[in-house]
Design a protein around this ligand. Structure first.
Ligand SMILES: Nc1ncnc2c1ncn2[C@@H]1O[C@H](COP(=O)(O)OP(=O)(O)O)[C@@H](O)[C@H]1O
Ligand SMILES: [Mg+2]
Length: 324
């Protein structure tokens, strides 16, 4: 049995912010503040070896959660514990045990070549020569970093830089890695390389990974469990499959017939849209097996496509229900 290693217990985080619209000299000296509650009573536990998709719309509180979990911020209320550390209070020792990547902010030194950045990491983490070299070689192979070693970080493309950042975050062999939007702005190929690397690290080394992303492709490919946060509250925590099954009750069957067809009255209610000989039928998962063959027999069907509800659509539905 894998152990629970990450705990958020009744965690809230508020920020003091100046009240908007204050003007004049007086406001410089007597700034009025108000508090915004960015996280409200967050509770979850994550087990060793899990690959968590931490998702939610912009401004939901994902990055703030990651900052609490990595010790950059401390909670206003409640307790954060990771690997038996208090991330904020024991930041120094804690940092040796975790890896962090913020997609929007670089951890690497901009003006020095990539390899020197890695060596700097080695020095900071006091890594053993041989182990470091072995690990770096392996990562360099998988992520094709060798040809980047002598290029200054500022000259790398976003995708190249992100491959380096992710490698760097794992060099000291952490047991937990936090990745905040690591695939943001990357092209499909770069995304794919990063996904397959993360998958290997999670499966082969049992590294626990917490990933925030806007890219539902990342989630579908990598995460069994998702935690969905909206306006600072968790609105779903569980298996991705369960979430899908709950919402993805229907699928669209698109059939293009080669001539005009008459849709029998018993199937009329399934028609979602039609355009000359092209029909889109919306059927439930359970009726699909029996109904689709019948629909195909209505005429000479020369093209069929099945559109399942994508995770992206499901998220939109949940989001809409929440704000309704
Ligand atoms: N230091 C801060 N001071 C005030 N408000 C903040 C601060 N950091 C984040 N926020 C606010 O908290 C909310 C959540 O931000 P964030 O955690 O970055 O969301 P996400 O990463 O999900 O997009 C946003 O409304 C943001 O403006
Ligand atoms: Mg964010």
């Amino acid at each position: 049995m894998s152990q629970p290693i990450i705990h958020m217990d009744s965690v809230s985080k508020s920020f003091k912010v100046p009240i908007k619209g204050q003007t004049g000299l007086k406001s410089l000296f007597y700034r009025k503040n108000t508090t915004v509650d960015v996280l409200k009573n967050i509770n979850f536990t994550i087990n060793e070896g899990e690959f968590i998709g931490y998702i939610g719309p912009n401004g939901a509180g994902k990055s703030t959660s990651i900052k609490l979990l990595t010790g950059i911020l401390y909670p206003t209320e409640g307790n954060v514990r990771v690997l038996d550390f208090d991330p904020h209070k024991q930041r120094y020792e804690y940092t040796y045990n975790i890896g962090v990547v913020f997609g929007q902010r670089s951890l690497l030194e901009f003006d020095i070549p990539v390899i020197d950045s890695f060596l700097l990491y080695k020095a900071i983490y006091e890594l053993d020569n041989e182990k470091f070299q072995k690990r770096l070689d392996r990562f360099a192979d998988i992520l094709q970093l060798k040809e980047l070693f002598h290029i200054p970080v500022r000259k790398l493309s976003l995708g190249q830089r992100m491959r380096c950042e992710i490698a760097a975050s794992l060099l000291h062999n952490p047991s937990v890695v936090f990745l905040d939007e690591p695939t943001i702005g990357l092209d499909a190929l770069a995304k794919q390389e990063i996904r397959s690397f993360l998958k290997q690290i999670n499966e082969n080394e049992n590294v626990t990974i917490i990933l925030t992303t806007h890219d539902m492709g990342d989630i579908e490919e990598l995460c069994e469990r998702v935690i969905f946060i909206n306006e600072g509250e968790i609105i779903y925590d569980g298996q991705l499959e369960t979430l899908k099954n709950k919402y993805a009750t229907h699928k669209d069957i698109e059939i293009v017939y080669s001539e005009h067809v008459d849709i029998p009255s018993e199937y009329q209610h399934l028609v979602k849209s039609s355009n000359s000989h092209k029909y889109v039928f919306n059927v439930t998962y359970s009726e699909a097996v029996s109904v689709v063959p019948e629909l195909l027999k209505l005429g000479n069907a020369h093209d069929v496509a099945i559109h399942e509800l994508r995770l992206e659509d499901i998220i939109k539905i949940i989001y809409k229900n929440q704000s309704a």
